[in-house]
Design a protein around this ligand. Structure first.
Ligand code: ZN
Length: 174
């Protein structure tokens, strides 16, 4: 990871007892604030998105088998992030806005008290909530926080299979 470099420098400084490390970090301060560090990472990623995608693709091409195993393990460990990632990908394929973050999806589910926006059923481990596009992708609705509501599998399936459910979703603005 990129921050290993900073950590290595920090430890070197700590070993030789430099003033930067003695004074509690000095120029390393921003990295001690987790929120700031998170924002910084997000900024970096946004600015280098294409490069990052290309490097991922190159790594995948070099070791496809290992990459597949690794990403399958990651997906299993991060089901919600995977759900969001796949939904964004589906929107991107159609050139639609795809900005829903995993944090936003978690916030939406919390706002709905982890219930289906159509029938109100609470989610269970066996039946996790799915992301329902209020305006379907087919009709130009993007994967964005104002177009996603939580829906149980059957409600989402019923909606995509034919006429919309008789009860419109409860809309909460998160
Ligand atoms: Zn439902």
């Amino acid at each position: 990871m990129w921050y290993n470099r900073y950590r290595a420098v920090y430890h070197r400084l700590a070993k030789c007892g430099s003033s930067a490390s003695r004074q509690g970090g000095g120029f390393f301060m921003p990295y001690k604030d987790p929120e700031k560090a998170k924002a910084q990472r997000a900024n970096y990623r946004a600015a280098h998105l294409e490069e990052e995608r290309a490097s991922h693709a190159a790594k995948y091409a070099a070791h496809p088998k290992e990459a597949r195993t690794r990403s399958a393990a990651w997906a299993k460990a991060h089901p919600e992030a995977t759900r969001t990632k796949n939904a964004r990908q589906r929107a991107r394929k159609r050139n639609l806005p795809a900005t829903l973050s995993t944090e936003q999806w978690e916030a939406i589910k919390r706002a709905y008290q982890h219930r289906c926006a159509y029938c109100g059923k609470k989610e269970t481990k066996k039946r996790p909530l799915t992301q329902d596009h209020v305006v379907p992708l087919k009709k130009g609705g993007g994967t964005t926080s104002d177009n996603i509501v939580p829906a149980c599998g059957p409600c989402n399936f019923r909606k995509s299979a034919g006429p919309p459910p008789s009860i419109p979703p409860i809309r909460l603005l998160v």
